[in-house]
Design a protein around this ligand. Structure first.
Ligand code: NI
Length: 146
């Protein structure tokens, strides 16, 4: 292992210590290594060429002018990536949407960026899951199974 020295502001360090206590890390180094591993695995997924599924969720203010139409427009433009969307009316102003996406990771990230940077959209989060292509043939008939 290499030893490095980092400079970090007090607020961020308090966040690291909070995380350390909550998750039970034995040292700040272990907590920071895990945060970097998380970031590395997200970067790895983005560089993968294969098919992925993703869950994109975000909160938006439906009173923000034309925002709901813009978001729907984006998903229609990328209908090849969009599988389904669930819409929850959180309160009088805010909506929560969860979109299931499918396609290459970079395209999913790009669509997510387009949605999450719209004014009025907050708490956007994208979770990309690589899916292995099916290598075995589907059984045509299960009726003979016991
Ligand atoms: Ni709504």
């Amino acid at each position: 292992m290499e030893r490095i020295t980092i400079t970090i502001d007090e607020d961020l360090l308090a966040t690291v210590d909070g995380l350390m206590n909550r998750r039970g890390y034995t040292s700040r180094s272990e907590a920071i290594r895990d945060l970097i591993r998380d970031a590395a695995s997200r970067e790895n997924i983005l560089s993968q060429a294969g098919e992925c599924v993703a869950v994109l969720d975000y909160v938006y203010d439906h009173e923000t002018r034309a925002l709901a139409q813009r978001l729907t427009h984006e998903l229609h433009t990328h209908h090849d990536l969009s599988v389904a969307t669930m819409h929850v009316h959180l309160d009088h102003e805010r909506c929560l949407e969860t979109a299931i996406l499918r396609g290459p990771a970079p395209a999913l990230q790009k669509l997510s960026d387009t949605v999450s940077t719209q004014r009025g959209v907050s708490h956007a989060s994208l979770h990309i899951i690589p899916v292995e292509p099916h290598t075995h043939a589907h059984a045509k008939d299960h009726s003979s199974e016991a």
